[in-house]
Design a protein around this ligand. Sequence first.
Ligand SMILES: [Zn+2]
Length: 569
Amino acid sequence: MRKHVLTLILAGATAPAFAIDYTATSGLGMTLEQQSTRFDVAELSFKVDPTKKTLAGEARLTFTPKHAIQQFAIELDPRYALSRFEVNGKVLSKSEYSWKEGRISFPVAASANTAFEVKLVYAGSPQVAKRAPWDGGIVWAKTPSGQPWIATAVEGEGCDLLWPCVDHPMGKPLQVIQHITVPQGLVAASNGVFLGESSKDGWTTYNWKATEPTTYAIALNIAPYDTLKSNYQSRFGNTLPMVFYYLKGNDAKARGLYEELPLYLNFFEEVVGPYPFPKDKVGIVETPHLGMEHQTINAYGNGYKKDINGYDWLMNHEFAHEWFGNQITNADWDDMWLHEGFAMYMQPLYLEWLRGRVNYDAEMLRQRGLIRNAHAMVSGKPRPHGEAAAEAIDPGTDIYYKGAWILHTLRNQIGDAAFRRSMRELVYGRNDPKPGNFKPRYATTNDYVAIVDKITGKKWAWFFDAYVREAKIPALVATQSGHRVNVEWQTGNGKPFPLPIDVRVGNRVVKLPMNQGKGSFELKPFETYTLDPDSKVLKDQPEIAAWRKDEAERAAVAAAAAAAAKRGK
Ligand SMILES: [Zn+2]
């Protein structure tokens, strides 16, 4: 962990190239005090009024610094009015703290290893998400029967849209306790363990306690929910409580989705390792937006769609984030492919496990068609979420599909046993995870490369440099001279890329080690060949670019025709 902190300190020492707006962004950079302070407890009270579309909050935050500090900072969206601000029980007047660009900086004399408490009372209208879950904020929707249906999703903009927090992936509190008050008749489903409810004057308060939740995981989910509940017997010997909060009236469909959960658990526990939050719960909640990996209360809004594989890819994907995103969290958003690439690769892996190879291959081909290569997946520098300068080099959905294809390629090189071990060591920091012997952790791309190096006893920097740190996908270029075919890898960074490939030559398979990125083979008269016949490696595929171009042109023609038809009416 120290390594990450140092990196961030050094990065913070140079002038940031980013516009400073802590509200619109997440992961803009922690202060030195934030980096060296443990966030012990966030006790959050929310009163949500669907009629007025307001949120009244009270937050008690406990921190323990490793070294004596004189000041501290937390982030909170300035659209809220702050009516009370206390540090260690003493009220601070407005002149005693500053609230700039969404960051509240305040004096606090705290000695090393001595906890201090901050209390904030705030209220206002939370930012409304324009296109949840892609844009952060709250969604004030209605159920088909016209009752309030409220959800939040704040991944890009961060936790400070809802509560005062350290808005950085590494800003997780060790514990979050929530008291969510909603009009009586509605249910507030949230993270962690349900601690009970109480009603008074037409309002009901739901109490929750979560262990080390991801900062953007803290979510409000409010509706007239029904629940499905049962226990799952884990292969690791423990019992996992499962619950699904679904909209009243969706019973049959909800049950269909709920029945997928034990399969997911069986798969993830076999292939990756123990469910990370057994003391909290396995939770899903039906939301008016598509979905988000809210720890132990995964947002699900895919309308119970099944596909040709007979499963719900979205639920599988969000659930994968309990391992990749919530248990292992990127140390910086620049490493977000560790969340999305792995979570996306879990769908084909799950389909292979559940249905077989054709389903895996079909899903891989679908994902291959979605790779765009606009920017490198990893820039190597701290990259805040939602920041314009960072968005300009944003790899977009490549962290999903290209990430999945890189993992597919790696798995084919190192084999299933080593690949699974690399996932275990990334996720749990050890090869023998069992309930109780691991805690949520942070990692970078370099950490994963080091894990793969250690497990295989080989260096893989050339592999990750070409795939992860370059936009251009390495191309396999074949040239024929007489009966000899010469094959060469061409990479975006121009460095040797010794990735072995198979070649079908006639009716045999030739393995080319591709030393220094080059190889060759002989053809007999009239023999044909196919490079990488089982699509084991991620490579440039001009036919996919041609297909995408054709699709775009057809879409443009169709759009123009539709516009002309509309004008003609
Ligand atoms: Zn995802």
